[in-house]
Design a binder for this molecule. Structure first.
Ligand code: BGC
Length: 951
């Protein structure tokens, strides 16, 4: 029996163990591993608290002890190996933990945390996949069928579990109540390799006597159309099917199973068509009241037929399900210039609409969705082949009852909706936007004194929410919504800070490895849906190596490295074979620095930085990471091999692309950023030179961004690595196009795919590939967290924090907070006229290295708890100096205020002039414009502007 919380040792009342967790899961019913790793948090008021020892106990539901570790001398509290006999399928235990601090006092026991194994063996399934027994043409949209079964239960039900999944997507119900709150279950995985099932506790939905189970099926990713250019339907199969296994346990220990088999009945339901891209059509007149309840007459229904499927593909989820996470009310309902009814939800979001409506039977309401307006009408061109249109036909009722409807098997990316056919006046309380995404726990926050930067950060959060709908997608609205590997490769550090994305990304990486298996090639998108195998391409395929490393760094999960090791090696070995003895990856297809802002709208790969520079730089970095991963795993031979390979690639890179002084071929910001961030330049003076050249380029670009998907996530870190903080802040605070803040000034509420998805005149970029919800360029948020606010992992899992805030950009404060695997970590700073105050919170059982702004010398080592420093401080970048006509153009560009005024004065003489001026960095103002016919006049007005500066 569970012993009482009181025990003989002195308990430390200030120290409690909370949130005992299993693997990376919030929900642990139906866990897919027999030996789930355990993590816990310690809350304590003792500063410098370090765990000296822990003890874990597990109990079976009836009470007896299942296992007991006794006191284990260890400071480990994150992903601790399962210390007991492995669980068998369906086995349930509850676990509790207590800990000892350095002072020898023991905490009280944590609350009991339950965990229950799912069906761990394919042989546990006795149900079969079933489909309705009628013919269907998968090439055209099909109705979503209903499947049902009645059964009788006897008295004394102790508990009931429903294990369920589908080929397609499903919504299940028991006796008329919907089971669970998942959306688009079972989600999208590489189905031929892995199909997730869900487990639900349905005890409360059953009763003695007749019961009924029912399910609706939709096409989802399994049979729906996927891919651009029209896409392809039925990629995984041409029939949707259901697998359900209801296991009812009685108090006498007897278990009864109701499983999908050919005794089930099937019918066409009210869902006429359903498609992720195109939307859902629902005719409520076709609803069959009572069908999911007992005593419904299904004699007119068709039978069910078994479908073959490999049960070895069935897996329990590793991350959270998709759920409805927020309701958003309309901000405005208005008429467009052509007289259509439009709704603005004020936020670009992902999900669908929920209607509350009454009206005549047969009236059809049409809902169209889009992210932007063009000329005051719904801007649907960027959706390409996605119709993004839902249709609801009212059931109607004599007494005017309200009908509530929300599509089930589709989702849209939208801020605006157009409503056609609404009976009567559309009021805002009758329509809501329902936000849907993987229900990850929010773990990261950032805030600073600039509202535009805060909005930028908020946009990153919204783009993550919109694109973490079961897999990490590029975009959520057009005919794509695919797991583009490059996009998540660059965004994974940001994602891992903002939300607990460990389980979500781990699951996706398993798919990546499965898809990669045959050839080592990482497909462009995971799960792959391309009609033909895709070639290896750098930065995209490197997701195989970079993302496991990010998860190891951010969540302290060594197993992810072990599990992905083969996939990581397969990728690097493949590139090694392609590169051959020359050690350069200089052939084949590359996306390169995708969407460099100078690339023409129709040629997104046409970047300043050649794709092969990107490719070899990534090759070197992936080999390096792999060598480091091998070291963590204690695989000495691979460590030596891959670190040596990385060295050889670096050497080849230098030989081919770098001058001895540190200038890099193509002389582009992305090339320097790659070389600096991927440690490709061996010598300090080269790095310094490269840093100086990078600043010069950025300055010559007027501090507008000049990088695409590859350079953008690295550019600020690269500048800071050489001490060019001011330049990084200038890039961050730039508002002109292209820049991070330009979309914010244009009213963006998510991160755009292109720097100029919307052009300065308010029109939509003419490029056919123009999304307003792509997270890749939002990867800068990671730099905001680590450098502007100063909160970074110093050791894997934030076991040691690296606190190194860097004020700048005219900000007077910045703050970041993160729920690390050990608890809350935070760092903030606040400037006053003369002082700075830095506040740091270090979670228990961790330490931190702190480098205070403006203080030289070795970092200070601090222990857990709250720490504050206040001292005299002068912003090192703030050097307002008197500029004159003899100042260089470079000096002028560096002074944001003066530069803006001079540009304004000059644009009166033509904007071309401003462009030319930027290229004359070393010339003085006098030299640059003095020779022009109107030079004297211009110099006079510039001199006036400069002297007007209050310095
Ligand atoms: C996607 C991406 C992706 C790119 C690569 C686009 O269509 O939206 O974001 O990375 O293609 O080609």
């Amino acid at each position: 029996m569970i012993p009482s919380q009181i025990n003989s040792q002195t308990t430390h009342l200030n120290t409690t163990v909370v949130r005992v967790r299993f693997e990376h899961l919030q929900e642990t019913l139906g866990i897919g591993t027999p030996q789930p790793r355990l993590s816990w948090l310690v809350e304590t008021s003792t500063t410098g608290w370090i765990q000296a020892a822990y003890e874990i106990e597990a109990y079976t539901p009836a009470g007896p002890l299942y296992g007991q570790t006794g006191r284990i001398e260890s400071s480990d509290s994150v992903l601790v190996a399962w210390p007991f006999t492995p669980l068998s399928s369906r086995q349930r235990v509850a676990v509790r933990v207590r800990v000892w601090g350095g002072g020898g006092q023991v905490s009280a026991w944590s609350e009991l945390a339950p965990v229950e194994a799912g069906l761990l063996d394919p042989g546990d399934w006795t149900g079969r996949f079933i489909r309705p027994d009628w013919e269907e043409d998968a090439a055209s949209p099909q109705p979503g069928p209903l499947l049902r079964k009645e059964f009788t239960l006897r008295t004394s039900i102790r508990q009931a579990r429903l294990y369920i999944t589908a080929l397609g997507v499903y919504e299940a119900s028991l006796n008329g109540s919907t089971v669970g709150d998942h959306v688009m279950a079972p989600g999208w995985t590489s189905y031929h390799h892995r199909l997730r099932y869900q487990a639900f506790d349905v005890t409360g939905l059953l009763h003695e006597g007749p019961n009924a189970i029912g399910a609706m099926l939709g096409d989802g990713w399994f049979r729906g159309r996927l891919g651009f250019g029209g896409g392809r339907p039925a990629i995984y199969g041409d029939r949707t099917a259901l697998l359900a296994q209801l296991e009812v346990e009685y108090t006498d220990g007897v278990t009864e199973r109701i499983v999908t088999d050919e005794t089930w009945r099937a019918n066409r339901g009210p869902i006429l068509t359903n498609d992720i891209y195109d939307g859902e059509e629902y005719d409520a007149r076709l609803e069959e009241p009572g069908w999911p309840k007992p005593a419904y007459d299904d004699r007119g229904w068709a039978g069910a037929k078994a479908v073959e499927w490999n049960f070895a593909t069935l897996f329990a989820p590793l991350g959270p399900p998709v759920r409805r996470t927020q309701l958003v009310a309309p901000e405005a309902i208005f008429l467009s210039p052509s007289g259509r009814t439009l709704i603005d939800f004020g936020q670009n979001l992902v999900g669908r609409l929920r209607l509350t409506v009454s009206g005549p039977a047969g009236q059809t309401i049409i809902l169209r969705h889009a992210e932007v307006l063009e000329d005051g009408e719904l801007g649907t061109r960027p959706l390409r082949h996605a119709r993004a249109t839902d249709r609801y036909t009212l059931r109607g009722s004599k007494n005017g009852d309200q009908e509530i409807w929300e599509p089930r098997f589709t989702f849209h990316g939208f801020r605006y909706a157009e409503v056609e056919g609404w009976p009567g006046e559309l009021k805002s309380e009758n329509i809501w936007a329902v936000v849907c995404h993987s229900d990850m726990e929010r773990t990261g926050w950032f805030d600073c004194s600039d509202p535009l930067i805060n909005r930028l950060h908020e946009n990153v959060v919204w783009s993550m929410r919109g694109n973490f709908l079961d897999i990490p997608t590029d975009c959520p609205q057009r005919d794509e919504r695919l797991g583009w590997t490059g996009d998540i490769q660059v965004f994974s550090p940001t994602a891992s800070f903002l939300f607990d994305s460990a389980g979500f990304l781990t699951s996706w990486l398993v798919d990546l490895a499965a898809e990669q298996k045959a050839t080592g090639v990482v497909p462009f998108v995971v799960p792959t849906v391309m009609p033909k195998p895709t070639p290896p391409t750098a930065a995209w395929g490197d997701a195989a190596v970079f993302i496991p490393w990010v998860l190891y760094q951010r969540f302290g999960d060594v197993k992810i490295l072990a599990d992905q090791f083969e996939s990581m090696c397969a990728w690097v070995d493949l590139i090694d074979r392609i590169a051959g003895k020359g050690r350069l990856w200089d052939q084949g297809f590359q996306f390169g620095d995708w969407l460099d802002p100078t690339a023409p709208p129709e040629k997104p790969a046409d970047a300043r930085t050649p794709g092969f520079i990107v490719a070899s730089a990534y090759f070197a970095r992936s080999a390096e990471i792999l060598g480091q991963a091998a070291r963590v795993l204690g695989r000495k031979e691979e460590e030596d091999r891959y670190l040596a390979l990385a060295g050889e690639v670096r050497e080849a890179f230098n030989r081919e692309y770098v001058t001895p002084s540190g200038r890099i071929l193509s002389d582009s910001a992305t090339a320097y950023a790659l070389a600096l961030q991927f440690a490709l330049l061996p010598d300090g003076s080269q790095r310094q030179h490269a840093g100086a050249r990078l600043v010069a380029l950025i300055r010559a670009g007027g501090y507008r961004i000049s990088t695409g998907f590859v350079g953008t996530p690295l550019i600020c870190d690269a500048l800071c690595s050489q001490g060019h903080y001011a330049a990084a802040f200038r890039l961050l605070t730039q508002r002109e196009c292209p820049s991070w803040l330009y979309p914010v000034t244009m009213g963006a509420t998510t991160i755009w795919e292109r720097w100029d998805s919307m052009l300065p005149d308010g029109s939509v970029n003419p490029g056919e590939m123009t999304s307003f919800n792509h997270y890749a360029l939002g990867a800068v948020a990671d730099w905001l967290h680590r450098t502007v606010a100063g909160l970074a992992p110093g050791e894997p899992g934030y076991r040691c924090l690296e606190i190194q805030p860097r004020p700048g950009g005219g900000l007077s404060h910045a703050a970041a907070r993160h729920s690390t695997p050990y608890g809350t970590a935070a760092c903030s700073w606040q400037l006053t006229a003369e002082d700075i105050t830095v506040e740091v919170e270090v979670p228990p059982n961790t330490t931190a290295r702190v480098t205070l702004p403006g203080k030289d010398g070795a970092p200070i080592k601090i222990v857990s708890g709250k720490h504050t420093w206040t001292y005299a401080y002068q912003d090192p970048d703030e050097k307002p100096k008197q500029l004159s006509l003899d100042s260089t153009i470079g000096e002028l560009i560096d002074d944001a205020e003066a530069f803006a005024l001079v540009v304004q004065a000059m644009s009166e003489h033509g904007t071309e002039l401003v462009g030319n001026l930027l290229a004359l960095e070393q010339a003085s103002l006098r030299q640059a414009v003095g020779f022009l016919p109107w030079g004297e006049e211009l110099l006079a007005s510039i001199a006036e502007v400069l002297s007007g500066l209050n310095r």
